[in-house]
Design a protein around this ligand. Structure first.
Ligand code: PGA
Length: 248
């Protein structure tokens, strides 16, 4: 059985006032039938992880540096995230790739760093609108998987999120058939490279997931959960997505 994971990416949103959303989520979902993860801004990780200790809500980072420590002003190492109480870290999100010029090679090094610190890497891939229009979605995603994922990926240390860049924050989503096609392809690619471990790696869909479309997306084969941006900021919306996944 693959893990089912509802992951929230708060991006650059949230202050201590937002801790109330975590309180609400813990209250409404004390023991959900799927895993729940929230990746808040770095400033909130320690407080949220402390609040969630011994609870069924995991806390993660949104990025980490590939080095363990050193002269990297403004960066955070995987060990620091782990020390703050994080269990996961999102890597290679398209906003990091666009805003910070992150390449597949960097994502690969960051993934290794995450594992070394005992974190689960949530590695993001996905095509741009132009790449989809050109019909190159599968080669693009396949290339990202090949060069972003190091040897040694297992079901325990890695989650892969398919996030079409054009679907992030736009309210637009691929059709269910399009999601199925990419997830089927990702599964085959991971199995070919990592064998049984590849068969067990959880595959998330991300990009404009909301309570109203979550159930139909979770019914797609090889969709094991979601990486949710905007709709993860409110406990009621994220909780509804968790419910849809738990029921899938
Ligand atoms: P969205 O973001 O749900 O707001 O589209 C998803 C993401 O970027 O992870």
């Amino acid at each position: 059985m693959r893990r089912k994971l509802a992951a929230g990416n708060w991006k650059m949103n949230g202050t201590t006032a937002s801790l109330s959303e975590i309180e609400k989520l813990l209250e409404t979902h004390p023991d959900p039938a799927c895993e729940m993860l929230i990746c808040p801004p770095a400033t909130l990780i320690a407080q949220m992880a402390w609040r969630c200790r011994n609870k069924h809500l995991k806390i993660g980072g949104q990025d980490c540096h590939w080095a363990a420590s050193g002269a990297h002003t403004g960066d955070i190492s995987a060990a620091m995230l782990a020390d703050a109480g994080a269990s996961h870290v999102i890597l290679g999100h398209s906003e990091r790739r666009t805003d910070h010029g992150e390449t597949d090679a960097m994502v690969l090094e960051k993934t290794r760093a995450a594992w070394a610190a005992g974190l689960i890497a949530v590695v993001c891939v996905g095509e741009t609108e132009r790449q989809r229009d050109l019909g190159t979605t599968l080669p693009v995603v396949g290339g990202q998987l090949d060069t972003s994922l190091p040897e040694g990926c297992t079901a325990a240390n890695t989650v892969v999120a398919y996030e079409p860049v054009w679907a992030i924050g736009t309210g637009r989503t691929p059709t269910l058939d399009e999601i199925a096609e990419v997830h089927r392809f990702m599964r085959a690619t991971l199995v070919e490279r990592f064998g049984d471990e590849g068969a067990g790696i959880a595959l998330l869909y991300g990009g404009s997931v909301k309570p109203s479309n979550a159930a139909e997306i979770f019914a797609v084969a090889d969709v094991d959960g979601a990486l949710v941006g905007g709709a993860s900021l409110k406990a009621a919306d994220f909780g509804a997505i968790v419910d849809a996944l738990a029921a899938a």
